[in-house]
Design a protein around this ligand. Structure first.
Ligand SMILES: [Zn+2]
Length: 203
């Protein structure tokens, strides 16, 4: 009997990262600074393109000071049939699962940062806002994502950095660092397009 999946109400949500992720993360050797962290994240994005396991975007959460890797995320929108499955969302959600808390800012003196290969879109801006993350490190800029790939970033406010750094309705701001390994991050975007990767946007 045919079951299309549409026949019944879905009550469980699963977003899986490809199996090579854990193996790549286990081979990583220490993260002393932003360059090493971004280098690792860009390697993730490059591998996601090469494996055709999703879009050309990757992210990871680290514990600040300890420089410990907490979680990784990849864009798996197409394979997981989910428009929310952006790299930043998965990295933040998996960090929260691992730490068993919805609030990454609620661990005493422990602070966490999100390193992402490209500037967060409007959805991920919201997710970062609510996540409790203390620091955001970005590779490629929005204009480059849009001009190189055709992916749209949505109606992000122009002063998004100021909004994160000086959050007036919450206790602590999010430090924002831009343009870390920007050229390398842009190259992954080009490789994706040149390799015929799917560029989707809502219809
Ligand atoms: Zn996003």
């Amino acid at each position: 009997m045919m079951m299309s999946g549409e026949d019944r109400l879905a009550t469980t949500l699963r977003l899986d990262l490809p199996s090579w992720c854990a193996e790549l993360a286990s081979r990583s050797r220490g993260f002393d600074d932003d360059l090493q962290k971004m280098g690792f994240v860009i390697e993730l994005s490059r591998r996601n393109v090469a494996e055709r396991s999703g879009g050309p975007f990757a992210a990871a959460v680290f514990e600040i000071g300890e420089n410990r890797l907490i979680s990784v995320g990849l864009n798996v929108v197409v394979p997981s049939h989910s428009s929310v499955a952006h790299a930043e969302i998965l990295a933040l959600a998996l960090a929260q699962q691992r730490l068993r808390s919805f609030d990454l800012g609620g661990h005493g003196a422990r602070r966490f940062e999100l390193v992402t290969s490209a500037q967060p879109c409007v959805q991920c801006f919201g997710a970062i806002w609510w996540s409790g993350i203390g620091r955001l490190v970005v590779g490629a800029r929005r204009e480059e994502v849009e001009s190189i790939t055709g992916f749209r970033e949505g109606p992000l406010v122009d002063d998004w950095i100021d909004r994160l750094e000086n959050r007036r309705d919450l206790l602590r701001g999010v430090e924002v660092v831009l343009d870390v390994m920007r050229d390398e991050a842009c190259q992954v975007l080009r490789d994706y397009v040149e390799g015929g990767g799917t560029v989707y946007n809502p219809s």
